[in-house]
Design a protein around this ligand. Sequence first.
Ligand code: NAD
Length: 254
Amino acid sequence: MISLAGKAALITGGSRGIGAAAVHMFAQAGADVVFNYFRSKDAAAQVEQEARKHGTRVESLKADLGKMKDAKRLVDFTAERLGKIDILVANAGIWNVEDRPIESLSEKEWDDMVRVNLKSVYAVTHFAAARMIAQKSGKIIAISSTAGQRGEAFHTHYGATKGAIISFVKGLAAELAPHGILVNCVAPGWVDTDMSKPVLATKAGRKSVFATIPLGRVATAEEVAGPILFLASDLATFITGEALNVNGGSVLCG
Ligand code: NAD
């Protein structure tokens, strides 16, 4: 039932994990897609090649989205290649596997986290929203986290950026509603990707994580990409300012 035929989507951090799953699903649903990668050109080329099998246009660009000039370059590239931007998925992000107690959390670590996880969302949204306002339509979907809803001890900088994304989305939803632009976020719990691999690769890590999730397991990247696709689709035309929980029941908040 879900079709994105004729839609142009920009997905950040599409070279792996949740972003790559979203690139595949969006292409399968008929969308043309541009995504950025940060380091691995090979991984991006592989995602491109696979997603193109669905017959739509799929292209990637290297960009560090914590930099305004790269965010602008990516948005301009998308508009130039696809002719417009109907959907922005602000997914790119980082997380530290090591515990970072507040007394040793450095200014650089704090700044890097805020730059990559929060400023990047502002930066791509800033440039993409201007185009959506001009075309009087659009969908913006950012990726938050359960860490943004309940905090994350020893990863307070990560939790702070993800919490800020939720309030950013709520404010922006009201601000952009008159322009026909819907703004939401998805808040995943644990997802089986390269980001969480260092924890989930060990038996002890898996056991302690699974114990916190009523469904008794973590999500696949596709199980997060599906709800992103739903929000991007015409099945979700009256939802805005929402944080959609995709967490197996681990954080039960409305
Ligand atoms: P991942 O590490 O597999 O992928 C992250 C992506 O972000 C990569 O494509 C990478 O190239 C890109 N990226 C990193 N730094 C960048 C930068 N400076 N500029 C541009 N792109 C950059 O992670 P994932 O698990 O797929 O996570 C995707 C999103 O979901 C993140 O925002 C993450 O915080 C969030 N999330 C993940 C989990 C989880 O358990 N994996 C849980 C909750 C939320």
